[in-house]
Design a protein around this ligand. Sequence first.
Ligand SMILES: C[S@@+](CC[C@H](N)C(=O)[O-])C[C@H]1O[C@@H](n2cnc3c(N)ncnc32)[C@H](O)[C@@H]1O
Length: 272
Amino acid sequence: MQMPDGLPAEIDLSRPSAARVYDYFLGGAHNFEIDRQLAEQIAGMTPNLAATMRAGRDFLRRAVRVLLENGIDQFLDIGSGIPTVGNVHEVAQGANPKARVVYVDIDPVAVAHSRELLAGNELTGVIHGDLREPERILAEARELGLLDFNRPLGILLAGVVHFVGDTDRPGEILRTLRSAAAPGSYLVISHSTFEDQPQEMLDAQRLSARTDTEITLRSRAEVTGFFGDWTILEPGVVHMPLWRPDAPSDVDANPERFGAFGGVARYDEHPG
Ligand SMILES: C[S@@+](CC[C@H](N)C(=O)[O-])C[C@H]1O[C@@H](n2cnc3c(N)ncnc32)[C@H](O)[C@@H]1O
């Protein structure tokens, strides 16, 4: 793989990175041998996982399309990964060439690749940020000047909140993000779960401890709680393939095998 320009010197290439392992599973080219080794090890233990990651991207695409249909034209995508394979700005700007997208990721490699890929696309921006510091992300997003927080916004948290452990207070982080958004905004979350999962999936998730961030699997009730008092859209917080599939035939016979819930909510102002 070609090293992107501007790759920070402090990157430890001897450790696998969640973003690059994910890119490998999605069929991208932005990964190193150390990432591929871990990916193959995980895939050997649970062949479902690669399909799970693709199901995650598919859920995100469907959710973004629903937001676009509801007039959302600006997106804050936190934990965006490497935006090569079917990414948010392509879906968004394909439907609305004026759509704006700010990508945020903790992984410096993902950020360096994102900056390179998006150079010249003036309606997109990239922030190197940590979901555990939401105020900082919001401040940097405001500074970039691409998003207008006085207008409805789509906040995308696809496959990222499970990287925030309970001690880092994900509930408070979500509250901070929700309170920065104007009425009419939407929140998209997909999140790994232990509910309905076989043991080998739970074992594979434990291997995630070898990347920079460990995964915390959560219940449907906990994931639902992240939406706060926003109105959860039909069909609710469900196994990802069940969330508004493009066609009934797209739904796997065992939708729970992907091990993650997906949901979308809207900020409706409640009178009184
Ligand atoms: C499973 S990938 C999801 C990528 C993309 N959102 C999608 O659904 O296709 C998770 C991404 O979250 C990033 N990530 C993990 N912890 C994070 C944190 N605390 N703050 C921001 N990004 C984080 C990882 O670097 C990785 O790129």
